[in-house]
Ligand binder design. Structure first.
Ligand SMILES: *Cc1c(COP(=O)(O)O)cnc(C)c1O
Length: 342
């Protein structure tokens, strides 16, 4: 089986297993895990922020980041396909009492003028007040697309002028950084809070981080514990994440090349199924045309390729550390054959 369902499927490499076995640890609820403390400081600095908080998942990092910016009864606005809106089980509303409004987009790329029109800061007694905007980079359900830096800077200016917070879901910010060469700090400083995942393409087994001001992170630390996310000897996980950052960041270019290789093979057999220009990182979104996505996923599985359905007529393939470029080319031929024949 060639498993292209997600880049979360990666397993720890031997070097990573050695690093986590050797980690010095302590009880992080007591603030005494030296490995984790140093790692939180390092990632915060990398993103131009004062402090960082390690979380069990990217969802929790987003949940806490948005929570620091939005009070109950206020709203966060985001893309209609944002992970926070679609894939976090309604946690922001169910647990934190906020509402969401969304904008539509081509491939998840945001637009400053549309956001400026949509937000209603300090709306008074008639309308819901917008307390924050949330962006995603790269945009997962948009197809791993990269938000242009000038677009992000424009939205940051809109939010600052309006007194509205700005959160970045940077689960795959690493991929954007590797593609564009834009320093992480240049991305990070445009936002009040940023979440990043170590368990996607970077290949760590568990873990994400929220960064922000010292004050925001101190509050988030309390709320994380309230949510049951206080961890003890979490330096074991931080050591794996740190190993990923040191050894498995620059290799993301290989995942991007493999995704392009996969997409080219699909396009050769089924030109209408994929927009090659939209394949920018490690995610390829395919249009299944007249075939339901679930049926294509089933036929691909029978042919040895695992994909995931992300819409009624869209499937997603994601390249990662545990699949080779050759696997991806072979998978592209299989999937192109299925889509070209339907
Ligand atoms: C994977 C992902 C997350 C976090 O997911 P968890 O499974 O909770 O770690 C957040 N945002 C985006 C865009 C993602 O792809």
């Amino acid at each position: 089986m060639i498993d292209l369902r997600s880049d979360t499927l990666t397993r720890p490499t031997p070097g990573m297993r050695a690093a986590l076995a050797a980690a010095e640890v302590g009880d992080d609820v007591y603030g005494e895990d030296a490995t984790l403390n140093a790692f939180q400081q390092r990632v915060a600095a990398l993103l131009g922020h004062e402090a960082g908080l390690f979380t069990p998942s990217g969802s929790m990092a987003n949940l806490l980041g948005v929570w620091t910016l939005v009070a109950p009864g206020q709203e966060v606005v985001c893309d209609v396909r944002a992970h926070i809106a679609r894939a976090e089980m309604g946690a922001h509303a169910a647990l934190h009492g906020l509402t969401m409004r969304t904008w539509d987009s081509a491939d998840g790329i945001a637009d400053a003028a549309r956001i400026a029109d949509l937000i209603t800061p300090d709306a008074g007694p008639y309308l819901v007040s917008t307390a924050a905007v949330a962006l995603e980079n790269t945009h997962n359900f948009g197809g791993g697309t990269v938000q242009p830096l000038d677009v992000l800077a424009g939205i940051s200016a809109v939010c600052r002028d309006a007194g509205v917070g700005l959160h970045l879901d940077g689960a795959r910010l690493w991929n954007a950084h590797v593609v564009t060469g834009v320093p992480l700090v240049e991305y990070g400083r445009l936002f009040d809070t940023v979440s990043v995942c170590f368990s996607k393409g970077l290949g760590a087994p568990v873990g994400s981080m929220l960064v922000g001001s010292a004050e925001a992170i101190a509050r988030a630390r309390v709320q994380r514990k309230r949510l049951g996310g206080g961890m003890r000897q979490a330096g074991i996980l931080a050591a794996a994440a740190e190993y990923a950052l040191d050894h498995q960041l620059s290799r993301l270019v290989e995942d991007h090349a493999a995704a392009a290789g996969f997409a080219v093979e699909v396009a050769a057999a089924a030109p209408g199924a994929v927009d090659l220009a939209a394949v920018q990182t490690n995610i390829v979104v395919l249009d299944t045309g007249s075939s339901p996505a679930a049926e294509v996923v089933g036929r691909a599985r029978d042919a040895g390729v695992l994909l995931s359905a992300v819409g009624p007529r869209t499937v997603r393939a994601v390249t990662h550390l545990d699949v080779t470029a050759e696997d991806c080319v072979a998978a592209g031929r299989v999937v192109g054959g299925l889509l070209g024949a339907s």
